[in-house]
Design a protein around this ligand. Structure first.
Ligand SMILES: [Zn+2]
Ligand SMILES: [Zn+2]
Length: 332
């Protein structure tokens, strides 16, 4: 148990929130509109997928398309996180367009929204102002009870009315025409990921029956499962050591956790990540397998991305790096 429990509960809600948080207005309304529609589709699709699977069964076509799209979008969230949020490396406009398309196809909100939320998360990690901490709600009030906190971090936070102000956290995204194109056209990319590609592949592989099965199971259900897998980073990997282990004594409740690391292709190495937020490669030991990081290193070898950032590499295999690099060097 670390610093998380030592933070005193504060009184009052909105007054104590840090800047960069919106409490009402069109951005809050738009957030709820997007969340209601996307979760209604994903949860409706999940129920449909289960009914379909038990009624008609699913076959190799549905399972293959599920696996392929899960891999693609999990890599996409890696791009969203390490490129658009943390700028772990640089790339040209063609590569940025590809990264933006795959990132948006994860159906986890627009680039603008994801980047804004995640930067706010790092700045206030497990403190009042954190967007999805297990310890504080959207108003900065202490959450009582471990299970309730985990529920908030795993998904309850989406329904907090407090919303991150992109003007405060993501001016670079607002000024990037490629990222903003994908932010504006996000629903087309969600449809491509959850409906059109699964339908086309299902039909091509095995006809109309597989087409319906692929939309429900490999499109909508997979989007929901994948979003829940990513959210384990917010809950399990902020469990203050209850699950996983803490390599670094960071100022929050982050852990590295094996199952989450496997399901998210490396994002579950979250204690390492909070210690060195800008690092493109999160592994600090042979047993910490960071597939998303290896993909970035591979893209670097191919010359498709440049200037891959690595502060943590100076400390790998040595003292754990607790005090070797100031925290301020590698924040968001
Ligand atoms: Zn975190
Ligand atoms: Zn991060």
């Amino acid at each position: 148990m670390t610093v998380v429990e030592s933070v005193a509960p504060e009184q009052g809600a909105e007054a104590k929130m840090p800047p960069g948080v919106l409490f009402e207005g069109p951005v809050v309304d738009a957030k709820f509109r997007d969340s209601y529609i996307s979760f209604a589709l994903m949860i409706g699709g999940t129920i449909g997928a289960l009914v379909w699977a038990f009624t008609y069964g699913i076959g190799w076509a549905e399972i293959s398309v599920f696996a392929g799209m899960f891999v693609l979008t999990t890599v996409g969230i890696g791009f969203m996180h390490r490129y658009f949020v943390h700028r772990s490396y640089r790339c040209g406009p063609v590569m940025r367009t590809i990264l933006a398309a795959i990132a948006t196809m994860a159906v986890q909100g627009s680039i603008l929204k994801w980047v804004s939320n995640h930067r706010r998360h790092h700045l206030h990690s497990d403190r009042p102002g954190d967007v999805h901490s297990p310890y504080y709600d959207g108003s900065g009030n202490r959450i009582e009870g471990f299970a309730k906190g985990m529920g908030h971090a795993q998904g309850g936070w989406v329904w907090d009315k407090e919303t991150t102000d992109a003007e405060y956290y993501a001016k670079d995204i607002l000024a990037d025409p490629i990222a903003m194109f994908f932010t504006r056209t996000r629903w087309y990319w969600y449809a491509l990921s959850a409906l059109i590609i699964p339908a086309a592949l299902g039909y091509a592989l095995s006809g109309v029956h597989a087409m319906i099965g692929c939309v429900l199971f490999s499109g909508l259900f997979r989007s929901y499962v994948m979003t829940m897998a990513t959210s384990l980073v917010n809950s399990v990997c902020h469990s203050d050591g209850r699950w996983g282990y803490r390599r670094f004594d960071t100022n929050d409740g982050t852990t590295n956790e094996l199952v989450t690391t496997i399901l998210t292709f490396g994002e579950g190495l979250h204690n390492n990540h909070h210690r060195f937020p800008r690092d493109a490669y999160l592994s600090h030991a042979w047993y910490e397998v960071d597939i998303n990081g290896l993909i970035i290193l591979g893209l670097g070898k191919l010359g498709l991305v440049q200037d891959i950032f690595s502060a943590g590499s100076k400390t790998r295999g040595s003292d754990g790096g607790k005090n070797s690099i100031p925290d301020t060097e590698a924040t968001v």
